[in-house]
Ligand binder design. Structure first.
Ligand code: TXA
Ligand code: MG
Length: 335
């Protein structure tokens, strides 16, 4: 809602949620598309707007830690420890579902995903709405998550009321399943897995061969796809393999190379010499955290501008694990 005082935007957003509508709002991770979690019809509107399959459950967002009890039916000690340590913040916990949460939110599962975000706008919105808010990332299903107000506008136009604001981290929350022993990381994300283990001991990660099992339904769908063709380059030495791949593409396609860690002129020259094409270059960030912040903005905006993007990967540690998880899903080819 451009040109309207922020307090007023939040107030109107809360009213829309109370009346059964959908509101896009910034969180510290990415933009969310929220509705009253206890209103089935309102939640259905989110699925419709996103074109989201009904078997992919949503995260319920709360503004007070104690509200975990109105969403979950059982809260194990490890959940209380994690909530104490990392809430408000980018951690989503999967817990046994309180029967008062409608089936549609959890896609019929007996569990529910809960998160207390730290972004002041998100917290204020949920507090004023007075109810937990079910919210997936604000993107059409399968596309990169919106991290800016302008992304939300580009995706949904006037179809949804959106509150202006800035996200901070740039990739989504870490999702952990606490209904199993040991707990399983269903989605690496903004909160480093290493920090979680420090609090509750070893956790398991969902292996790629388990991706088709319905444990975290979301992981089986196409995700984060930009409008361009995307190649993920895992090591600079492998640039030579991309030359062969490019033979399949016409000579006049537009190509963008996204560099990470250092804007290295020598490497830039090597890319151009090796690939023998006209290529534009941009820089995504000096470390994993900076790349996380720019990742979806590049995938959304540059993906619309270029025919093909080559994205240089990052180390799979800390938040880099979450960045690479998104890049692998987004890419058409990994070299
Ligand atoms: O940072 C975030 O988490 C953002 C902001 C808006 O909070 N939200 C977000 O929501 O990324 P979404 O819907 O794009 O991703 C939620 C993920 C999906 O992979 C979904 O399958 C999984 O969480 N999930 C939700 N409920 C679940 C459940 N009960 N069991 C297992 N996985 C669940
Ligand atoms: Mg999403």
């Amino acid at each position: 809602m451009e040109g309207v005082d922020l307090e007023e935007q939040i107030r109107r957003g809360a009213q829309i949620i109370r009346e059964g509508g959908v509101v896009a709002f910034p969180t510290e991770t990415v933009y969310g598309l929220g509705a009253n979690a206890f209103d089935e019809m309102a939640v259905a509107k989110i699925f419709e707007l996103k074109g989201r399959p009904f078997d992919n459950p949503l995260i319920v967002h709360i503004s007070r830690k104690d509200d975990i009890w109105i969403v979950a039916s059982d809260v194990p000690d490890c959940a209380l420890i994690l909530a104490d340590a990392f809430w408000p913040g980018p951690l989503t916990m999967v817990l046994p579902r309180n029967p008062s949460v409608p089936d549609i939110v959890s896609a019929g599962l007996s569990t529910v995903a809960v998160r207390m975000p730290s972004h002041p706008i998100a917290l204020k919105l949920i507090e004023l709405a007075g109810i937990p808010v079910a919210a997936p990332s604000a993107n059409p299903s399968g596309r990169p998550s919106a991290t800016k107000y302008q992304h939300v506008r580009a995706y949904f136009g006037d179809k949804v009321f959106a509150i202006e604001g800035e996200t901070q981290i740039g990739i989504e929350s870490t999702v952990i399943d606490l209904t199993v022993e040991p707990p399983v990381i269903l989605r690496p994300g903004a909160l480093e897995v290493e920090k979680i283990s420090e609090m509750i001991g070893p956790v398991q990660s969902l292996k790629s061969d388990e991706v088709s099992k319905p444990k975290s339904p979301g992981v089986k769908y196409a995700h984060y796809k930009p409008y361009s063709y995307l190649i993920l380059l895992t090591e600079r030495s492998k640039i030579i393999s991309i030359r062969d791949i490019l033979r399949e593409f016409r000579d006049d396609i537009s190509i963008l190379f996204v560099m990470t860690y250092s804007y290295d002129q020598e490497f830039q020259k090597r890319v151009v010499d090796t690939l023998g094409r006209r290529i534009s270059f941009i820089f995504a960030g000096r470390d994993e955290r900076e790349v996380a912040k720019n990742l979806f903005d590049i995938l959304i905006l540059k993906g619309a501008e270029y025919d093909l993007m080559i994205f240089e990967g990052v180390r799979e540690e800390g938040i880099g694990l979450g960045v690479m998880n998104r890049l692998k899903k987004a890419s058409d080819m990994i070299v």
